[in-house]
Design a protein around this ligand. Sequence first.
Ligand code: PRX
Length: 659
Amino acid sequence: MTTAAMLNGRATAPIESLLQEQRIFAPPAEFTATARLKSQAEYERLYRQSMDQPEQFWREMSDRLHWSEKPTVMCDWSHPPFARWFTGGKINASYNCLDRHINHGLGDKPALLWEGEPGDRKVLTYRQLHREVCRMANVLKAQGVKTGDRVAIYMPMIPEAAVAMLACARIGAVHTVVFGGFAAEALADRINDAKAVAVITADGGWRRGKIVELKKNVDAALAKTPTVQRCLVVRRTGQSLAMTAGRDSWYHDLVAGVSDVCPAEPLDSEHPLFILYTSGTTGKPKGVVHTTAGYLLGALLTCEYVFDLKDKDVYWCTADIGWVTGHSYTVYGPLACGATTLLYEGAPNFPDMDRFWDLIERYHVSVFYTAPTAIRAFVKWGEKYPQRHDLSSLRLLGTVGEPINPEAWTWYHRVIGGRRCPIVDTWWQTETGSIMCTPLPGITATKPGSCAVPFFGVDLAVVDRQGRELPPNVGGFLVIRRPWPSMLRTLYGDDERFKQQYWREIEPFYFTGDGARRDADGYFWVMGRVDDVVNVAGHRLGTMEVESAMVAHPKVAEAAVVGRPDELKGQALAAFVTLKAGAEPDESLRQELKAWVGKEIGAIARPDEVRFTEALPKTRSGKIMRRLLRDIAAGKETVGDTSTLEDYSVLAALRQDRE
Ligand code: PRX
């Protein structure tokens, strides 16, 4: 089946239901009065300039950053799809996030507010954070880490995680943060792909009152990673650990007595800042490469214009630093604009379901950014939890990660935002680096479920297969038609896959992998992925990745994994599995397979449902017909074309085996 057919097949329902969503929420006058952008005319002027005179626009915008050497050319697109931004420039991301503010008198302003799950707290001012970053950078240098080396970071949400990222940036080492929820196998794959020379980790982290044993996972991973020379371990949870001599060191031992002077390395604008792995349609995760200047400018500008961050704000993005949202909107963006950013280690329902609201009240959080899946959980837990707390410090709310259903949107607006806070529904991707489509909070009248209008410099469009722009309200492919500063530059070590994945489907545009429509007012409505990527609780998972893990189990012959709608998580994973001869399809194997995937990839990839089947529906050429499986998993009758199905009896059998 073509992607287009799939898109049309899946687009019908969301388009119809969303069209009934007529409510419009104008920005409150009190918000607009103090907002950075106050009028539609101002947005239009800047947007037009970014489209019509991009060199001039980006030259002006780039002045917000501190450069060791100013760039000469803003965008070099002479070898598409390989863009170069701000060429000739020399810059350092850590300098821009720290030294620049200290030099402007903000040294004593809190940069990081941190709370651990057990309730322990720490505040780091810009000066203190700078000091910690310099010391860790000196430790890395002493351990032999050099500019351009890759360093894997596998950490709980503690200040040292942000310190580690900025320390790498300071010396030009390229960090690759691996989400602490990933298992040893997934960690080893990422380390090996990036050929990391060092790992920064912790003994463990706290999650729902229990220790997540990070160092144990690192030990299992490092048995398979020949490139790793050094492993630095931050003490967090305090349990005793096995340390491998010659490889592992306690960070507190290494840092004792180390100088806090470490000049930031001036780096080329295009020097890679980080690699972040994300799921694609094949089993192998993609190492998305972001470079220094363009990425940082994207993160900075969106924090200023979309989150309207100002001096007095206390800003909290709930994403883990293992995801791109944590990179751009917990660490780099807020620090680049000199804001105060809150980091919380643990779960939202520990010790009780009001932990987030308690944090907002105690830290006087004014700008709050979270994901629809979290909001749906809050709705389910009930209003009594937020009602226990004074949330009047909030002035702006944000959401990201998947389409937000209008019910969750209006609940968020009413219960959390007290009807006075605008909501920015921000659409973007790991690959885009920063927010691409969003309301501007002082200007844009919001429509629940729509991510509104393109950000400056973003030439976003809904097109057909041939790249022709579609009329209002017709569903199509979401593309970006020109390069933007924070775009990914390639997939690490695989330029060819980069071209294939993003640039060949709808040439010559960047294809996002999402289906969308644009309404008559020019607002975008993203409908979700059109490929074999599912969005579970706001996290992208390639179904192929889960299938590969399944098939690696000795009793499994073949597996197909698809997404099905899920009230809480957006999508859940359903696995259809055929077993090798002699294996018993019983409940204990079902549980074993779920646990197996959890161990191979991590708990987020654990299938919600495993169905055993004698055979999978295939075309005559042997391709698994995933569309049929999606319908079956969703409990729907198959309406699509089944004429290429090889064996009809397979379908009937599949419907019977339910968990
Ligand atoms: O399908 C879109 C969905 O999340 C995908 C990007 O996932 P990831 O790279 O993991 O980054 C998530 C955080 C930036 C997109 O292709 N998505 C993200 N934000 C939205 C969204 N779908 C609808 N509305 C959004 N606001």
